[in-house]
Write a protein that binds this ligand. Structure first.
Ligand SMILES: [Zn+2]
Length: 400
């Protein structure tokens, strides 16, 4: 248990500043991270985001903070349903298969599993209830679908720091602009909470007709269901800031009038490969399974978290190889130490090393600095410090 008050500084996307997060006096520090849409799982972009949040959770817990961590599975969403249609397989089968890939990869990469991993398809009741409440309180209207009226929420665009024009541009890029008209949405910024399902798409009964939820309301409803009206940290990849998180924030605060919905919005950068953003459409995804063929799991983890979480970076095989050499050194040193350690000795990690390590992570999760401190601990032959740091940075990922 910590004897001193624990403080974490994190960069908050909404204010654009580092803010201080102190753990609650009682109960848990709550974290909601938007999980995968399981149709093309298991690449480095995903692994980076979830490894970074794993370091965050492990770092908090190593300092005696109790954490409740929720990460959802978006198994009802346009890209997944489109892919299922293209590949002519059942959407559930695709979602199950790709969810397994995600869980397998993250298990090998040594994560501390989230406390709850809700799947949208299991959460429809809560989602419909949230949509209904927005409708009955005047934040949503029904035409060909049930839409959230973005003009009713003051500050739509503030999280992403975008003007109306820039939001519209982004919606166009995402292919989410939709149709504006008397029988559709009133304004291009409005977005569906509940819509009719297409052929071969899942559909559930609701008072708004048979259909399926819109993407954003799914996360608002799941986050509130498992973590309450307000959460400490809401995380995800930076590509989710607009429109997903912007819309989630608008809905959640309109639902509860409890502000802020999230005390800190934490976003990870994009992973590039050969100079371009890693994406399914460009076909340049590097899979976790490919990296694991060349390096131990702990090396993949340390390579990923060796990057500053907010920055975009490029995946390079040479970088992974460097990380593999570090891990080889750690494995050798710890094996040697285990052979020579005196039985019953209470080796404690060096205070200066641990202070530097903790200071690095408490300062907006400076993982590259933390990895450098791990290297220093190996050089200084401090086995207890090496173990403690490895546990936070690489979790239970194997060193060999
Ligand atoms: Zn989400």
């Amino acid at each position: 248990m910590p004897s001193r008050p624990f403080r974490l500084r994190v960069h908050d996307t909404l204010t654009g500043r580092k803010i201080v997060l102190t753990p609650p006096a009682r109960g848990h520090l709550t974290i909601y991270v938007c999980g995968v849409t399981p149709y093309e799982s298991g690449h480095m972009g995903h692994a980076f985001t979830f490894s970074i949040f794993d370091v965050l959770v492990r770092f908090l817990e190593a300092n005696g903070v109790r954490v409740k961590y929720v990460q959802n599975i978006t198994d009802v969403d346009d890209p997944l349903l489109e892919r299922a249609r293209r590949d002519q397989i059942d959407w559930r089968e695709l979602a199950d298969r790709e969810t397994k890939v995600h869980l397998r990869d993250m298990t090998v990469l040594g994560w501390r599993p989230p406390d709850v991993m809700p799947r949208v398809s299991d959460e429809i009741k809560g989602i419909v209830a949230a949509a209904s409440r927005l409708h009955s309180t005047g934040y949503a209207y029904k035409t060909d679908a049930l839409y959230f009226d973005a003009s009713k929420y003051r500050g739509y665009g503030r999280l992403s720091h975008r003007t109306r024009r820039s939001m519209l541009r982004r919606l166009r890029e995402e292919g989410m602009l939709g149709t504006v008209g008397p029988s559709a949405k009133r304004d291009a910024l409005d977005f569906p909470l509940w819509r009719r399902s297409g052929p071969d798409e899942p559909a559930w009964p609701s008072k708004f007709g048979e259909g399926r939820p819109g993407w954003h309301i799914e996360c608002s409803a799941m986050s509130m269901h498992y973590l309450g009206a307000q959460i400490d940290i809401h995380g995800g990849g930076r590509d989710l800031v607009f429109s997903h998180h912007e819309s989630e924030r608008a809905q959640s605060e309109s639902l509860t009038h409890k502000v802020p919905f999230a005390r800190a919005w934490v976003h990870t950068g994009m992973v590039r490969y050969e100079g371009r953003k890693m994406s399914k459409s460009l076909g340049n995804l590097v899979k976790v399974s490919q990296a694991l063929q060349r390096a131990p799991a702990a090396a993949v983890r340390l390579y990923l978290v060796g990057h500053r979480y907010r920055r975009d970076w490029s995946f390079e095989w040479q970088g992974l190889a460097r990380s593999a050499r570090l891990v080889e050194g750690i494995a050798k040193f710890l094996a040697q130490d285990a052979r020579t350690a005196t039985r019953g000795g209470s080796a404690r990690p060096g205070r200066a090393l641990m202070a530097e390590f903790n200071a690095a992570l408490a300062d907006d999760l400076d993982t590259p600095r933390a990895v450098r401190t791990l290297r220093a601990a190996v050089r200084q032959r401090d086995a207890a410090a090496v173990r403690a740091m490895k546990d936070v940075l690489a979790g239970s990922a194997s060193l060999t």
